[in-house]
Ligand binder design. Structure first.
Ligand SMILES: Cc1cc2nc3c(=O)[nH]c(=O)nc-3n(C[C@H](O)[C@H](O)[C@H](O)COP(=O)(O)OP(=O)(O)OC[C@H]3O[C@@H](n4cnc5c(N)ncnc54)[C@H](O)[C@@H]3O)c2cc1C
Length: 543
């Protein structure tokens, strides 16, 4: 059994959690000669990067993260030479699809055919899209992307430095708006507005899409929506490749090892105690990828914390939205009505089904705020096997439909009883069937996945919160997850945070793990071998 798996008595550094961010931290440190031990409570590594045969044998379902965004330039992949471990990504030609009436909008990996598709809806929007794609790509490459792979700067300093360059001032002006305003001001075609607003929402911004201060996410989401990839053979192959780097560099990964507490002596983290009572000593550091409020309040304990920090963390802003999903095993790929007009639609990596206009996104946002289920069950869907046939037996397919729902702090996820689960599953199947009438005929098995299931499988995603905290501007940059914990160091010496509750937040990017590795190694007296970007230099280069 997992509890009996041996753990060493002492190591250089302990990583709590075996999700991708911890594995990234351990891999970078391992290559610097630091011996780490990754402790994962579940029987499997990967956290939100998992793949499982939950419907039928041989049908692979990515239970959580399904598409990858190693923003901005796949630096982690290259630094760790993940190709060497057999990791392969698939970059689908057709990236996004929005069915509406008997028609559809699809956008592609390449800009040219994407503009042709947009032009059919609005020639003016095609012009604007082309201009913004170029402008936002430059913002991502020179500014937004590199700033995610460095420690966050304080708001005043960031604003001051951004205001010294034309590109910085433009970014600031977009940032200060709401994401919804940026989208609606730029474009007139409703399916296009819906597509971009959907791509913003799917990143965790739905509850805040009309909040001033979220506009920056459009600069990332628009160009990035041409660069979605999946991992061949399922997302968990990425976790495995990262773990292979850890092993190869002298580290170890142990599953079934739940950390109950972090041992603190004289203000310094000295090791951990597992829930079965065993202890492991950390000679140099402890880093946790479990969200900051859980790590600090439940593993460290209030007695070691400043009272006001502990009180603030007790009221931490979790994301009020979570995902309810259904995974399907399909005998064949269903046919969309709109395929007659746009044959490429079902090949899209990401499908926004039921989001025909930006009003549909706003309706879902309002439902979340009202703590209600959205009335029509629009969804994020895909047929991953169209782009990676290895994820099902030959000729068969998989699909999923994720639906935004209010998360448990506001609704109480205990309400996901069988009746509620069946009702939402039905709504998702119905949403698909409205656009692909033979959808249900193709289903040979299905499995619902509630926010409660997410929390049960990945306890760090409390309440099903996939990004370990809200994306409200109050919980962003140096406010994330608290001004006293911005970055990766904590008030406890030798204790670091390296998961999605830290800048630049959640998703399968590896950003928090990468940045934490840099701080840890610097504090150990070594320089990062990988040359991370310095945010101040990034901003100076813009001037
Ligand atoms: C339904 C869903 C769909 C998603 N889709 C996408 C997507 O398509 N693309 C994308 O980029 N992102 C997606 N995400 C988000 C993404 O999965 C997460 O943001 C990301 O995986 C967070 O990584 P992490 O390593 O920081 O944390 P986690 O993945 O949460 O890893 C933390 C690990 O810590 C372990 N742990 C918890 N408590 C303890 C303990 N006490 N002791 C030891 N170990 C512990 C957990 O089991 C977990 O393995 C999705 C998430 C969900 C839920």
């Amino acid at each position: 059994m997992s509890e009996s798996r041996p753990v060493p008595e002492s190591v250089d550094g302990i990583l709590i959690g075996g999700g991708h961010n911890s594995l990234v931290t351990a891999a970078y440190l391992g290559k610097a000669g630091v011996r780490t031990l990754v402790l994962e409570s579940s029987p499997e590594i990967g956290g939100g990067v998992t793949t499982a045969e939950v419907t039928l044998p041989l049908f692979l379902h990515n239970l959580h993260a399904f598409f990858v965004r190693w923003t901005p330039d796949y630096r982690i992949w290259k630094d760790l030479d993940l190709d060497k471990y057999g990791l392969r990504s698939v970059h689908p030609e057709v990236q996004n699809g929005v069915p509406f009436d008997d028609d559809a909008l699809v956008t592609y990996r390449d800009l040219g055919p994407s503009l042709d598709a947009i032009r059919r809806l609005s020639p003016a929007d095609a012009e604007t899209y082309s201009r913004l794609h170029e402008e936002f790509s430059e913002i991502v490459d020179r500014l937004e992307g590199p700033l995610r792979f460095g420690n966050p700067l304080a708001p005043d300093e960031l604003e001051d430095r951004l205001s010294r360059s034309a590109i910085g001032r433009r970014y600031l002006s977009l940032k200060q708006q709401s994401a919804l305003d940026v989208v609606r001001d730029a474009f007139e075609s409703e399916p296009l507005r819906a597509l971009i607003a959907f791509n913003v929402s799917v990143r965790g911004y739905l509850p805040n899409i009309d909040v001033p201060g979220t506009g920056y996410i459009v600069t990332l989401a628009l160009p990035n929506s041409h660069d979605g990839r999946i991992i061949a053979g399922g997302s968990y192959q990425a976790a495995r490749a990262l773990a292979a780097v850890v092993y190869e560099n002298g580290g170890r990964v142990v599953t079934g090892a739940e950390v109950a507490s972090i041992d603190v002596s004289n203000g310094r983290a000295t090791g951990v105690t597992l829930s079965d009572g065993r202890t492991v000593r950390a000679n140099r550091f402890v880093a946790s990828s479990v969200p900051a409020p859980m790590t600090m309040l439940e593993m460290v304990g209030r007695r070691h914390l400043d009272e006001s920090l502990a009180d603030d963390l007790a009221g931490y802003a979790w994301n009020p939205e979570a995902l309810f999903g259904v995974h399907y095993a399909l005998s064949r790929r269903p046919r969309f009505t709109a395929e007659k007009t746009v044959p490429d639609l079902p090949r899209a990596l990401n499908l926004a089904v039921g989001y025909e206009s930006s009003d549909d996104i706003v309706r879902d946002m309002e439902a979340i705020r009202a703590k209600q289920l959205s009335p029509i069950g629009a969804l994020h869907g895909s047929f991953p096997t169209v782009n990676d046939p290895t994820q099902a037996p030959p000729g068969f397919h998989t699909s999923f439909g994720w639906h935004f729902v209010p998360s448990s702090p506001v609704t109480g996820y205990a309400s996901w009883d069988q009746a509620a689960t069946d009702e939402r599953s039905r709504a998702i199947t119905d949403a698909y069937s409205r656009y692909a009438p033979d959808f249900e005929d193709c289903v040979i098995a299905m499995e619902a996945h509630t926010p409660a299931d997410t929390q049960a499988l990945v306890p760090s995603m409390r309440y099903g919160d996939r990004h370990h905290g809200s994306y409200h501007p109050d919980n962003w940059e140096t406010f994330r997850p608290h001004p006293a914990l911005a970055g990766y160091r904590t008030p406890i010496d030798g204790l670091y945070l390296c998961g999605a509750s830290q800048h630049p937040g959640g998703s399968f990017t590896g950003g928090p793990g990468y940045n934490a590795a840099g701080d840890i190694l610097s504090d150990l007296g070594d320089s990062p071998w990988w040359g991370p970007p310095d945010p101040r230099e990034v901003l100076e280069d813009l001037e």
